[in-house]
Design a protein around this ligand. Structure first.
Ligand code: SF4
Length: 336
């Protein structure tokens, strides 16, 4: 019904009422950098424009640890609060590439929050290095991992996963890893890739599964709808979701996920203007400054690769909301 009614403004009004009950006029953002250390990936998700199968393929890259650490070193003087890392599923790297990466970040900035590796990457590490999910998470936490990002959820429904991402961890494994991470004391996020071949019922099913896990473990901080981008991938014949669809998905997310505090409009995925508008359609968070994002840019995103905190603040004010810089746990960041 909420996905089908032509009265988008009514859906938005209802979502905005919920959003304002929780967060008033505040709209959050954080000062983060995003690093994609390798785009070599064994999987073949049809919507992905980022992955390359083998080292040496056109545009394939794998950064050395020094190159990865340099991304943070170059900004070490800036008041960044979070490093966000996601990668392809690269069969050539040893496990200590990842543990050393985390240790190196903490050597450069001991207090920085490390939000790294999707549940899909965690499942891949367990299988590749013959460890349990718990052993992988424990080793990464011992090396400095603080939380998991929400990527890789796509759409939980098996029908869709079989078609668009058949050779990576399934929905049950994704959810089991988040459950385990919550039990081990970590917070995580959960995403939903929308606007491709999924039905409205499959979107609702996705949200209900996230909601059920949240009831059980309480560890999701934010739900992040991610718009499908059709450039340079195997689903390029499909149109991208419209702005109206994007606003509706954020609004329905706010209404359905009453047990998840934050709905994020990831500006790199939605586009800046739609993200601003989404702040009136249920979203209360625009993610962060990001820097050098590759996954969406290789799929045709035309937004800038980074914004300064001042630019994000200005965009939030221009949208009629009150900008609040937060850390990963939504504590307000006050600068001296
Ligand atoms: S979405 Fe992730 S797992 Fe899938 S092909 Fe791209 S990089 Fe690999």
């Amino acid at each position: 019904m909420l996905f089908e009614t032509p009265d988008l403004l009514a859906v938005g009004w209802l979502a905005n009422r919920e959003r304002e009950k929780r967060h008033g006029a505040q709209a959050y953002y954080n000062y983060n950098i995003r690093i994609e250390a390798t785009n070599v990936c064994e999987a073949s998700c049809l919507f992905c424009s980022f992955a390359r199968l083998k080292p040496g393929d056109d545009q394939a890259y794998t950064m050395s640890l020094d190159e990865v650490w340099d991304k943070l070193r170059r900004r070490a003087a800036q008041p960044l609060t979070e490093v966000h890392v996601v990668n392809g599923l690269d069969p050539h790297l040893p496990f200590d590439y990842y543990t050393e990466m985390l240790r190196g970040f903490k050597r450069i900035r001991p207090e920085i929050h490390l939000k790294c590796f999707t549940a899909i990457e965690i499942a891949y590490f367990s299988d590749l290095y013959r460890m349990s999910d718990e052993q992988v998470l424990r080793a990464l936490m011992d090396a400095g991992l603080d939380s998991l990002p929400g990527g890789g959820a796509e759409i939980f429904a098996e029908r869709v996963r079989k078609k668009i991402c058949h050779d990576k961890a399934d929905a049950d494994r994704y959810l089991a890893i988040h459950r385990l991470a919550h039990r081990m004391g970590m917070k995580t996020n959960v995403t939903m890739l929308y606007g491709h071949i999924e039905t409205h019922e499959e979107r609702v099913d996705h949200m209900l599964r996230a909601r059920a896990l949240q009831d059980e473990s309480g560890g999701f901080q934010a739900f992040i709808p991610l718009a499908f981008h059709p450039d340079n991938n195997q689903m390029r014949k499909l149109p991208a979701p419209s702005a109206a669809e994007t606003l509706r998905v954020h609004a329905v997310s706010r209404l359905m996920l009453d047990n998840i505090d934050h709905i994020k409009a990831f500006w790199v995925a939605t586009g800046v203007e739609v993200a601003q508008t989404a702040l009136w359609f249920g979203a209360d968070d625009l993610d962060g400054t990001v820097q050098e994002e590759k996954i969406y840019h290789m799929a045709g995103s035309t937004v800038p690769e980074a914004m300064t905190t001042r630019e994000i603040s200005r965009l939030i004010r221009a949208a009629g909301r009150e900008p609040v810089e937060r850390d990963t746990f939504y504590n307000v960041v006050a600068h001296a």
